[in-house]
Design a protein around this ligand. Structure first.
Ligand SMILES: *Cc1c(COP(=O)(O)O)cnc(C)c1O
Ligand SMILES: [Zn+2]
Length: 430
C-alpha cells in the first residue's frame, strides 16, 4: 500500500463549504467560500481509508525513516496525501498518554489519562496543524505565511516557516503574550507585530492583510491545520488499541481542536476504525465563554464576548470555527463546560504537582472533569482522556504571578551550611 499521490501531486480530496456545500479545488488559498455566509471550507476525503490501511499507517513508528516518523504524516493518506517533496516535518506528534494516581483521586475518576501535547517540538499541539499548513504553503509556493495568535500558533508557525525557508509574520495582541511563546517566535525569526488590541482584533487584521497583501493564512480557519490536529485523536485511540473512551476532554478557544476532534471521530466511525463515539467535552474559561453561552442556548446563536482569563491560549471572544465545533459537539452527544480562573489555577497546581505540568489553558480539562464528576455527569467508573494542550514552561508568568507564593517557593540564602539549616529546619540527617 502506498497510495500517496507521489506522481500527480494532486491530493485525492476536495474542499467543501460548511454552509452551502459548494466544492472548491484543494489548491485555493482563500478558505472562506464565496457564498453570502462566507462559510469556512473543510477537507473532504474522496476515498475510504480501511481498517487494514489504518493498521499499516500505525506501523509507521517514531523510529521510521523520514516523515514516516511523524505522528501526523504517518496518517498522511487520511490527512493530506501531499507530494513528499512538499512535506515540512520536524517530525511531530507521538506524544505520550499518562496516568497519575494523585490526579485520578483528586478528580475522583479512576480511569483518567492525559495525552500530553506539550511534548510536541514547539511545546504545544499547534505543531500538528502547522506541519500540514506550512507544507501546503510550500506546495502552493507561498511567499509569506501569516497568523494571528495568542502565542502558541506563532511559535509553531515561526518554527515550521523557518524550516521551510519561507518568511513569516505573526500578529499578536500587544502585551498579552506569555514570554515563553513570544521568545520562540522571535528566536525562530518571525516578524512579530504587536497589535494594539485583543486577539480578536489581531485575527480580523491578519485576515484583511492576507487578502490585501497576499499572505498565506494559517490560523485554524485554514482547513489543513485541522487535518493535522485530527491525529491527536487517532493517535490516542491507537494508544488505547482503538478502545474508545467514554469521554474526551479538551480546552476550547478558537474551537479548532474541538472541530478537528469531531472530524477525526466522524471519519474514524465512517471508515470503520471504531464502532462507537466517545462524548466530546469542550471546556472554556468563564471569562472567555462564547461557546459555552451558545451551548446553554442550544446553539441557537453565538454572541461575541470581551475575553479575559488567566488562560492566555484561550483568551478568545469570537471563535472562528464555531459552525464546525457545533457539529462536533452535536454528533458526539458532547457538551460544553466552563471553569473559573480559580478552578483553572487549582487544577494546574494539581497537574504541576503530579510532575506532569502544563500551561493554564490545558488545566481547564482537569478542572472541567472535576466539576462534571461532582455534577454526576461523568461517573467515577467512566474512562476519560484529557488532552493537555501545552507545556508548563510556556507561561511561567502565571507561576510567578502570585508574588507571595513565589517568595515562599524561592528563598534566597547566603552560601553557608548554617543558612541551609535555618531555612530547612534540619540540624542533622533526618
Ligand atoms: C491554541 C490553544 C488552545 C485552544 O485551542 P483552539 O483550537 O483554539 O480551541 C488551548 N490550549 C493551548 C495550549 C493552545 O495553544
Ligand atoms: Zn458556501
Amino acid at each position: 500500500m502506498n497510495p500517496v499521490a507521489e506522481s500527480s501531486g494532486i491530493p485525492d480530496i476536495k474542499l467543501v463549504c460548511t454552509v452551502c456545500s459548494a466544492e472548491h479545488p484543494w489548491n485555493v488559498s482563500d478558505y472562506r467560500c464565496t457564498c453570502s455566509k462566507k462559510g469556512l471550507l473543510e477537507v473532504r476525503h474522496m476515498r475510504v481509508h480501511s481498517c487494514a490501511e489504518r493498521d499499516l499507517m500505525c506501523e509507521r513508528s517514531p523510529d521510521s525513516e523520514g516523515f514516516d516518523a511523524s505522528g501526523v504524516w504517518r496518517f498522511r493518506e487520511a490527512v493530506l496525501p501531499l507530494q513528499a517533496s512538499s512535506i515540512v516535518s520536524h517530525p511531530e506528534g507521538h506524544t505520550r498518554l499518562y496516568r497519575r494516581e494523585t490526579l485520578s483521586s483528586w478528580a475522583e475518576v479512576d480511569d483518567l489519562a492525559f495525552k500530553h501535547e506539550g511534548e510536541n517540538p514547539s511545546g504545544s499541539f499547534k505543531d500538528r496543524g502547522m506541519t500540514v499548513a506550512v507544507s501546503v504553503a510550500k506546495a502552493l509556493n507561498a511567499k509569506i505565511i501569516a497568523c494571528a495568535s495568542t502565542g502558541n500558533t506563532s511559535a509553531a508557525l515561526a518554527a515550521y516557516a523557518a524550516q521551510a525557508g519561507i518568511p513569516s509574520v505573526v500578529f499578536l495582541p500587544a502585551g498579552k503574550i506569555a514570554t515563553g511563546k513570544l521568545s520562540q517566535a522571535v528566536a525562530y525569526g518571525a516578524q512579530c507585530l504587536a497589535v494594539r488590541g485583543d486577539f480578536d482584533s489581531a485575527m480580523q487584521l491578519v485576515e484583511e492583510s492576507s487578502h490585501q497583501l497576499g499572505f498565506y493564512l494559517v490560523n485554524s480557519l485554514n482547513p489543513y491545520r485541522l487535518e493535522g490536529q485530527k491525529t491527536i485523536i487517532w493517535e490516542l485511540l491507537a494508544q488505547r488499541r482503538w478502545q474508545v473512551p467514554d469521554w474526551i476532554v479538551v480546552p476550547a478557544g478558537n474551537l479548532g481542536n474541538t472541530s478537528a476532534f469531531g472530524k477525526a471521530l466522524r471519519e474514524a466511525l465512517q471508515w470503520g476504525w471504531i464502532n462507537k463515539l466517545p462524548r466530546l467535552v469542550s471546556v472554556q474559561a468563564a471569562g472567555a465563554n462564547p461557546f459555552f453561552q451558545s451551548f446553554e442556548k442550544k446553539f441557537t446563536e453565538i454572541l461575541p464576548v470581551k475575553a479575559e482569563t488567566v488562560a492566555t491560549a484561550i483568551r478568545i471572544g469570537q471563535p472562528v470555527n464555531y459552525i464546525k465545533a457545533v457539529r462536533a459537539i452535536g454528533e458526539t452527544d458532547g457538551l460544553v463546560a466552563q471553569v473559573t480562573d480559580a478552578e483553572i489555577l487549582e487544577a494546574k497546581r494539581q497537574i504541576d504537582r503530579s510532575g506532569l505540568g502544563c500551561e493554564p489553558a490545558s488545566a481547564c480539562t482537569l478542572a472541567g472533569i472535576k466539576n462534571l464528576k461532582n455534577a454526576g455527569i461523568i461517573k467515577s467508573g467512566d474512562s476519560v482522556v484529557a488532552v493537555l494542550t501545552g507545556h508548563v514552561l510556556k507561561d511561567s508568568e502565571v507561576i510567578f504571578a502570585d508574588a507571595a507564593a513565589a517568595r515562599a517557593a524561592v528563598t534566597e540564602i547566603e552560601p553557608t551550611l548554617n543558612a541551609v539549616r535555618s531555612v530547612t529546619g534540619l540540624s542533622g540527617r533526618p
